[in-house]
Design a protein around this ligand. Structure first.
Ligand code: CA
Length: 246
């Protein structure tokens, strides 16, 4: 496995009473997950916490971290996310305080020499490679769907009123229809960023790109990205995980 360094932070921000984001950074650096919960009372917190607790448990059982065919790895990831989705749905049916809870999830999973990146919802994974920032995940938002259908353009999408409305997330049946995980071979110098939409609520891709190279210390980068999002007017919880490939 290639050597990596990571930084991570999650803050409530200035406008919310609680932090509905959750994340996990595996001690053995095999997986990284960011989840952004939604639902009344404390339901959002519960849903995102469940996602970052249950998905790793399943991955530990199902996934061959020393590598294997892409189809097998992706299947293990999809099953793990599917399991978390079912648990979240079940709990939301039996617990009135958790009714209608849901969560997004994005992940970077390492198996053998490859990274597997995907998710459900509108949290994102970015890759900065050779000076180019690329969004590696797809937003499952109505705005993104309208953009793809050609109904609106990219400029309109930035401020569109449905940009926070999701058509796929965990806590619904559609949460189980796969994570669109892509396989990528990491290269020295690659910088990955997993984040909740609280980051992109405050800053755009250009600023993310700049800040991802503002330091060699991943924790400092994670902190600066969150600070910039806050300063940029984010009204949401803000969470980010930085992964630097050596
Ligand atoms: Ca959010």
């Amino acid at each position: 496995m290639v050597s990596i360094r990571t930084g991570h932070i999650s803050i409530t921000g200035n406008f919310r009473e609680n932090n509905e984001d959750s994340y996990v950074v595996d001690e053995s650096q095999r997986y990284f997950i960011v989840a952004d919960g939604m639902g009344g009372q404390n339901a959002g917190e519960k849903a995102s916490a469940l996602a970052v607790e249950l998905i790793p448990k399943q991955l530990e059982q199902l996934l061959k971290f020393d590598g294997g065919p892409k189809a097998e790895i992706v299947d293990a990831i999809d099953q793990s996310v599917d399991y978390a989705n079912s648990e979240i749905m079940s709990l939301s049916e039996v617990d009135p305080s958790a009714r209608n809870m849901g969560t997004t999830v994005v992940f970077l999973v390492r198996a053998g020499d490859n990274f597997y990146i995907g998710g459900v919802g509108d949290s994102r994974v970015y890759l900065l490679r050779n000076g180019d920032l690329q969004q590696m995940t797809k937003d499952h938002s109505l705005t993104q769907a309208l953009l793809e259908a050609g109904t609106i353009n990219a400029e309109e999408a930035k401020t569109h009123r449905y940009r926070n409305v999701l058509y796929r997330y965990l806590g619904t049946k559609d949460g189980s229809s796969g994570t669109d995980a892509s396989e990528i071979k990491p290269e020295p110098g690659d910088r990955f960023y997993l984040c909740s939409d609280g980051v992109t609520d405050g800053i755009g891709d250009e600023q993310i790109q700049e800040l991802l190279v503002c330091s060699d210390d991943p924790q400092e980068i994670a902190q600066k990205l969150v600070d910039a999002a806050l300063e940029g007017g984010s009204r949401d919880n803000i969470t980010g995980v930085v992964v630097i490939v050596e």
